[in-house]
Design a protein around this ligand. Structure first.
Ligand code: PMV
Length: 348
């Protein structure tokens, strides 16, 4: 059953180039997070302010391992992701974070960022959340800023909305806020994972890059989907109901709410023009299997981010039954994990 992948990566697996002597650097791990109540829609695009509150769980084992290094000999910022150099046009989000931290630190040193994910990148498993939160934490540590998680979370949000939730372990809420500058749109832990240690399996259908990056998908939905307004209206209500179901540990209520929230988000996206469809045939097959299991009394439910892969959450003890059912679907890779404690600094 436990097809957990190795929790860590050796530095040689994510650092293609060795560190300079006398550089200011830090290595960190930051987790991916999976939204139970989805963020889908921006009230301010540049600041990444959401149209509704969201709630996620931080994963224990899957995320980004990232080294950020500042050195006087670097002429420009560089990003090496999964051992491949990123084109300057792909680095907008990272540069936004580095610029903000350089401003706080009062430096103009350029950075080399080396990062690797231990799960499929850009397949709707919130790789931007773990990657952007990891860069933010590592850069802050490398510059000796030692900023608190709440400040880092706010800076990272401007790079990728969902990244603001990855600074905390357990069940994490990102409140919508109403101020124009976003100062009241913050993420914080609701309860630690120990409150309700659900098991998690990610059913990977495809690790291929998704067709629509989430920002593009959200904007297309906001501009063209007749279901965007109704989605926003119910999303805020569901986020607060999901929060209550977590606090009360009410499994069946949480299961119904999370699945409904996921389907409503995707329905609003599918109704955009041109349509934003993340699901594959296998996505629906897994959704059906999970419904069948729950109808038979197995405590499991699903959610799906901006990609075809399905994340199933279950009460501990249900893993074997879920594994047996999902194993009937061909070509799936199952990645098992649980709810984690948030990011950590591995070396400074
Ligand atoms: O933060 P982004 O731009 O990667 O968008 C995340 C969107 C979803 O994963 C679909 C939902 C969420 O709340 O994480």
């Amino acid at each position: 059953m436990t097809q957990r992948r190795s929790v860590g990566l050796e530095p040689k697996e994510w650092e293609l180039e060795s560190l300079k002597s006398e550089s200011q650097h830090a290595r960190v791990f930051s987790p991916s997070n999976i939204a139970l109540a989805k963020y889908w829609g921006k009230r301010h695009v540049e600041l990444n302010l959401p149209t509704n509150s969201s709630l996620s769980v931080s994963l224990a084992d899957f995320g980004s391992f990232t080294t950020v290094e500042f050195h006087k000999s670097f002429e420009s910022d560089r990003v090496i992701l999964n051992r491949k150099e990123e084109a300057p046009t792909q680095m907008v989000k990272v540069r936004r974070i580095l610029d903000e931290l350089r401003r706080v630190a009062g430096t103009d040193l350029r950075a080399r960022v080396q990062s690797a994910n231990n799960f499929p990148t850009a397949a709707g498993l919130a790789s931007s959340a773990s990657g952007i939160s990891a860069v933010t934490l590592a850069a802050s540590e490398a510059l000796g800023l030692g900023l608190p998680a709440s400040d880092l979370s706010e800076i990272a949000r401007k790079g990728s909305g969902s990244a603001c939730r990855s600074f905390f372990g357990g069940y994490v809420e990102w409140t919508r806020g109403s101020r124009a500058d976003g100062s009241d749109s913050r993420a914080a832990m609701v309860v630690p994972g120990t409150h309700w240690p659900l098991s998690i399996v990610i059913a990977v259908i495809s690790g291929a890059k998704k067709h629509h990056a989430s920002t593009g998908g959200m904007e297309l939905t906001r501009r063209t989907s007749p279901y965007f307004k109704p989605w926003v209206e119910c999303a805020e209500k569901q986020a607060s109901e999901i929060r209550s179901a977590v606090l009360e540990k009410s499994f069946l209520r949480l299961a119904d709410l999370v699945e409904s929230n996921c389907i409503r988000m995707h329905a609003s996206a599918m109704a955009a023009f041109p349509p934003v469809i993340y699901w594959h045939g296998g996505t629906i097959e897994i959704m059906r299997q999970i419904h069948d299991l729950r109808a038979r009394g197995v405590p499991v439910f699903f959610t799906i981010d901006a990609g075809p892969n399905v994340v199933a959450l279950m009460e501990p003890g249900a893993e074997k039954t879920v594994e047996a059912a999902l194993s009937k679907i061909r070509g799936l890779e199952l990645l098992w994990t649980g709810i984690g404690n948030g990011p950590r600094v591995e070396q400074k």
